[in-house]
Design a protein around this ligand. Structure first.
Ligand SMILES: [Zn+2]
Length: 301
């Protein structure tokens, strides 16, 4: 062979060898790549199947807007939380819910700013109302409802934290909100019961911040959606009157919350019939199921 032919022959062999390798690699996964490399190349497809939520988050990122509400926010958060969240997603929901049973047998004393940096001060907490017929204090009803809600939400796969689980802890509105903030909660649900001088007043309402809130206006869309979802499902499930979503910036606990929040006023303790009804296990269960459904709806489940 001439030198030129030899070079051509070597080049041809090299070309054939390389072509063979790449085809084999595509077909079988085996040659050339080490096991680790193969595992790595397989990963993306597998994890995408397991984590549809990450995909949704990517989709929502493509069209960001201020009005994109909580779902996008919480899914982004889920992504940021990284490995811990990924582990949970296999069997559980990624979201953490903080439940605040309103008031307490020992009322927190003093005053605190209406919102972060505010010069206006408000009572740290109040004693709450009590049943006109049942005589049960609001803090007992709110704790009972909250404990049941915790159980139901945990069964649905949420991580749940309570601001209090006894009646003898004084907690201010700011302290309660800080528990939700420190937990980086995906929703902060405040349970209360209503009172009115008009004994015929009945039904449920939720309380939400306004779009002009001076402390956390960016949370308005999320707060409003959470308030709507919970009120709609609560009234639908319990069969009570849907009073309204009350938008106000006078609730310090809402103003201090850096996470989506709402107050659920589950009914009027000043209404003799509704008061007695709210003491029955059947009606309490309906209220709890309704709030849980509202939370599911808010997160898109
Ligand atoms: Zn209350």
């Amino acid at each position: 062979m001439t030198k030129l032919k030899k070079i051509f022959f070597v080049l041809l062999c090299t070309a054939l060898f390389l072509t063979g390798c790449s085809e084999e690699a595509q077909d079988t996964d085996k040659p050339v790549q080490s096991e680790n490399q193969t595992a790595e190349t397989k990963k993306p497809a597998d994890t995408e199947k397991k984590k549809p939520k990450t995909k949704q988050a990517e989709n929502t990122e493509e069209k960001p807007s201020d009005k994109e509400v909580s779902k996008a926010d919480t899914e982004d958060k889920g992504e940021e939380k990284g490995e811990d969240e990924e582990k949970k997603e296999d069997s559980e929901k990624a979201q953490t819910i903080v439940i605040d049973p309103g008031h307490s047998a020992v009322t927190a004393e003093g005053t605190e700013p209406l919102g972060p940096g505010s010069s206006e001060y408000k009572s740290a907490d109040t004693g709450g109302t009590s049943g006109v017929s049942s005589k049960v204090p609001e803090y007992e009803l709110t704790l009972s409802i909250s404990r049941q809600l915790k159980q139901v939400l945990e069964k649905r796969g949420y991580t749940v934290i309570m601001t209090r689980d006894t009646n003898d802890v004084p907690l201010s509105c700011v302290q309660r909100a800080e528990i939700a903030n420190n937990a980086d909660a995906d929703a902060y649900i405040r349970i209360h019961a209503n009172g009115s001088e008009d004994q015929s007043a009945n039904g449920a309402m939720t309380i939400c911040t306004t779009p002009q809130n001076p402390y956390i206006s960016e949370l308005y869309s999320a707060n409003r959606l959470l308030s709507d979802c919970i009120l709609n499902k609560l009234c639908e499930t319990a069969g009570c009157r849907r009073e309204r979503v009350w938008e106000t910036d006078t609730m310090s606990g809402n103003n201090w919350s850096k996470v989506p929040t709402t107050i659920a006023e589950i009914g009027y303790m000043s209404n003799p019939q509704e008061d007695m009804k709210m003491q029955t296990p059947e009606y309490q269960s309906q209220i709890v199921q309704g709030i849980a459904k509202g939370i599911d709806t808010y997160f898109g489940y």
